[in-house]
Design a binder for this molecule. Structure first.
Ligand code: 6PG
Length: 253
């Protein structure tokens, strides 16, 4: 069972400052222990200012970016320069201004017509970086950043979608009816192998669902964020408005 910690912050700035410190800590520990830091970025709006913060001082000087491998937890099926692209968001907010070797930035090629091949190729890229077989256990990334939508989704694991049932593959194509679109997404098998998962949740529109995810009975098909039970640390950084309905005393273990 993963250890779980929930931290509530008064305002987004305080949350982002703490998230930057956590990212730097994870990076420094991983590089000291294993000579590199492997991290999967989340999309959405909450992490964008975090990425901007990481590309600026003091965080910029606190990480040996040359030893960092960047992955994504999910990607929209759009070109990498599309306004909806999670890659474009991270590139503009952080990657373009950091000395990370280009070959260590592992983009999900979700724009490809053959999305299944793109998913398989991403698994192969993960296997190559980690020196494992795609037929075996998923690798353990040092840190996976996740967000949570008002419907309880995380990455591109949306309520009631097929990817929630995946127990073997590491990356799949997931049809998301609410957007009438496909996404590429990491699945529970690889997400739950992470050494640390850090959720960043802000906005009062998530208060209801966050209370259900954290306090309510297990219902992971309806509340995909409940599926994230990493073998390592599970940390929630929640902004006060999003925590409005969460009751610390009744939190499920
Ligand atoms: C995406 C993200 C998605 C995001 C949530 C929360 O591709 O959009 O991976 O899972 O984390 O939708 O997004 P916000 O942080 O913008 O609320």
């Amino acid at each position: 069972m993963s250890a779980r910690a929930i931290h509530v912050f008064d305002g987004l700035e305080a949350l982002l400052a703490a998230a930057a410190r956590s990212f730097v800590r994870c990076a420094r520990e991983a590089i000291a222990a294993r000579g590199r830091f492997t991290v999967a970025l989340s999309g959405g709006s909450t992490p964008k200012p975090l990425y901007q913060r990481l590309s600026a001082e003091p965080s910029r000087s606190e990480v040996d970016w040359n030893r960092v491998h960047i992955f994504w937890g999910d990607e929209r099926c759009v070109p990498p320069d599309h306004v909806d692209s999670n890659y474009r968001m991270a590139r503009e907010a952080m990657l373009d201004s950091l000395p990370i070797p280009r070959e260590q930035i592992h983009r999900m090629e979700a724009e490809r017509a053959d999305r299944e091949a793109a998913a398989r190729d991403y698994e192969a890229a993960l296997a190559r970086v980690f020196g494992v077989s795609t037929e075996g256990e998923p690798p353990s990334l040092d840190l996976i950043l996740l967000g949570m939508g008002p419907d309880g989704h995380t990455a591109s694991l949306f309520p009631g979608t097929k990817a929630l049932e995946e127990t073997v593959r590491w990356v799949v194509v997931n049809r998301v009816p609410k957007f009438n679109a496909d996404r590429l997404t990491m699945t529970k098998p690889i997400l739950n192998r992470a050494r640390e998962v850090l959720f960043l949740v802000a906005g009062g529109d998530k208060a209801e669902v966050l209370a259900e995810v954290l306090n309510g009975p297990a219902d992971p098909l309806r509340l995909p964020s409940q599926s994230i039970r990493p073998q390592g640390q599970l940390v929630w950084f929640v902004e006060r408005a999003a925590a409005a309905k969460w009751k610390e005393s009744t939190a499920i273990s």
